[in-house]
Each structure stands twice: as structure tokens, then as C-alpha cells.
Ligand binder design. Sequence first.
Ligand SMILES: Cc1ncc(COP(=O)(O)O)c(C=O)c1O
Length: 446
Amino acid sequence: MEQHFGLMNASRNDLDAWWMPFTANRAAKRDPRLIASAEGMTYCTPDGRRLLDGISGLWCCNAGHNRAPIVAAIQDQAARLDYAPPFQFGHEGAFALASRIAALAPGDLDHVFFCNSGSESVDTALKIALAYRHARGEGGRTRLIGRERGYHGTGFGGISVGGLPANRKAFGHGLSGIDHLPHTYDREQQAFSIGEPEWGAHLADDLERIVALNDASTIGAVIVEPMAGSTGVLAPPKGYLQRLRALCDRHGILLIFDEVITGFGRLGFAFAAERYGVVPDMICFAKGVTSGAVPLGGVIVREAIHAALMQGPERAIELFHGYTYSGHPLACAAGLATLDLYRDEGLFERARTLEPVFAEAVMSLREEPNVLDIRTIGLAAGIDLAPSADAPGARGYDAMVHAFNVNDLVIRISGDTLSLCPALIVSEDQIGELVEKTRAMIRAVA
Ligand SMILES: Cc1ncc(COP(=O)(O)O)c(C=O)c1O
């Protein structure tokens, strides 16, 4: 194990100290999967193996790894301005990046609040929703609606509206006044869907039941991922998001899209909102905004919400919220360089062009052993494997380990569901390589 660290000359204790997030720590430290460097679609291990990155880092390195213009922008920024306080002061990069992001967002989503992660973006959006209600004299509209199987990060706000039981059950009651829409997946109706499933738009109507039960006057906002990513890639049924928007409008409920995964090209557009022609009231983003190079998140807010909060004496703070590192100079420099790359290389359009190629390639796995379902949308795919008897999650875990150790491939698992989400720079050959490595891995854990 020590040899993995080579120059660091680390002892076993060095593995003990880092409590790894969302990781089977004891197993991982017995057989660590270490990554030393990266370039484009490839990772390199400390012992020189080259691995195909099948998941864009963690759904974030959408422009590929270690892209020269992003690296240069970070280096240059670090040498000029390491930090500037965002409370009462500012720097050029944050204003410039906010303007660029607002320009990419649809409709009058014109104002950007920066934070550092997807989890913080969700907390921020929920807090803005509540502050907006308060400012309008609707302080009773505090109820927040999420969705089963939703993932909105790990803050208390995010796990409260989130709908993944494992992320909630050990952590108490979370926020009060939360309700959940049903998830949108039904294997009998939707198995092996390419793109948006035909079945399921009516599931949005469940919002009517929640409204009838609680009254609209108690409901502040609904938050959903346009495509539920972390749970295993559930595309929205055709018409679902449009229906949700109409119902929210009917009852005066704010609609928040958590686009932490779908933002910045994953579905072939800057935002899923554009793909579906649905303008939410707020968009949460993170990950792809800097292609994963520096942590950055944020919320894009519609004009009317922002305007409602720009009230009171001019020298008084309008929103008591923010982070020391909101709009950090390095993150903003990385973000600006990343948006340039997306534009100059046409990467969102590229993802759109590759979508059918990717879907067809991944669907070729449907006859492989234990494959129960495959779903694809944009450059994302979820593959459900049959759980091993009495050991749910074990086959998925073994697949991920085998992929890394034997197939030279990095994938993501959620229980026995595998996710693939290559960077938008992926070539058709690399899509083929990704699928063949995945095939070998699935056979190995049969
Ligand atoms: C939809 C969504 N929201 C929020 C988050 C949380 O982001 P972070 O891990 O940056 O806090 C994620 C992370 O995967 C996500 O997929």
C-alpha cells in the first residue's frame, strides 16, 4: 500500500486520517484506488496505469481534465488576486462570471448568487424562496416540496427535500414542513427508455394532492432535478416538467430546478430548462461551471424574486446570507475560462450531436447478464443490475472496484445501479471503449 504514495513516504496512518466522503472507508483503505494525474478523458494512477474517466470526475469535469486554458486562468488569477471579501466588496471576475451565467440562462433568470458547492446552492435557493415569501408578507408559505429519489446534496435543507432514504435516515427530522412528490420511475412502463419516457407526465399532478392537503397558502416552493442524476439517471417523462410548471403557476408556488448535474451541457444545452422549454424561478448550479477545477456553485434567480428582495434602506443588507468564499477569485477565473471553452469548442452542441450515438452504444449492453434496465438521456446513462441475493449493493460495488482495478475504467455506482456520464469532449471511439469496458465489467461480476 505504501508504494502507492511513493514520494510522499506515507505510512498506514496517513490513510486512516482522511474520513472519505460517501465511501466504504474500511474497504477503500485496504485497497485504495488512487489517482495521481489527469488529462482530457484519462486518469493516471501513481503506478502509471491509464484509466478512462467514464463519469467526468463526479459529473463535473464536463470539458475534460486539466484543460490548458482553465489551468492557465487559475494560475494567472492566483498570482494576481488570491482573495477578495465578497461581503460589501467585490472583484471584477465575480461580476463578469455572473453576467456570463445570467446570459446563458433562459428568460429573466438574470441574477446570480455564488456559493461553493451544489449543497450550498440548494440551501441558498431554499433560503431565497423563504426570504422572498417573507418580503412579500407571505411568511406562512414556508412549506417546501421535494421529490422521492431526489438528490439535493447533503446540507440539512438538501436532505430534507431530498428523497434518498440512506441520506436521510440517520440524520434526524431535518427541516419541518416538507413534503415529497412521487418519483417518476416505473420499470414496467419505461424499461430501456432512450431519452424522455412516454409514460409518467401525470405524476406531476400529485402536486394537486399536496396542495389540497396543506393549502397553497402554506407552500413556498417545489424543487426537483430536471433529470434525477444521483439516483441513477431518471429522465423526466415527456411533458412532466411543463405540467409541474403549470401547476406551480396555478398555485403561486415557486419552481426551483436543481441543475447541479444537468447544467453546463450534460443534456446538450446550457441548462435543462432550455431543453425542455420550461423557465423555473431559480436554477441551482455547481460542478460543470468550472469543469470541476475549482469548487463553485450558485443560484440563478428571476428578476421578480430579486426585485422583491431589493427593498428597504439603501445602506441595509437585503439578504442575510452568503459564504466567505462566495465568488472566490480562483473559482471565477476557472468559471470564465470554462465558459469560453464550452463556447469556443461548441461542447453543448457536441453533446447534443453525440446523444444518439451514446444511447445506441450503451443500449447494446441490454442483453448482458443481470441488466434489468438501461436509461439514457443526453450524455448520461443509468444501468440497473440485479442485486446479488441477500446483498443489495454488493454487485454494484464489485463492479466499480473491478472496473478500476481490471478494466481501467472509472464509473459511479448508486447501490446496484451504474452511472456513465463522460465528458462532453468524448470521441465516438471513446464511447465505444467506455461501453466495451463496461461490458467486460458487467460480465466479470455476473
Ligand atoms: C442535483 C444535485 N444537487 C446537489 C448536489 C450536491 O453537490 P455538492 O456535492 O457539490 O454539494 C449534487 C451532487 O451530485 C447533485 O447531483
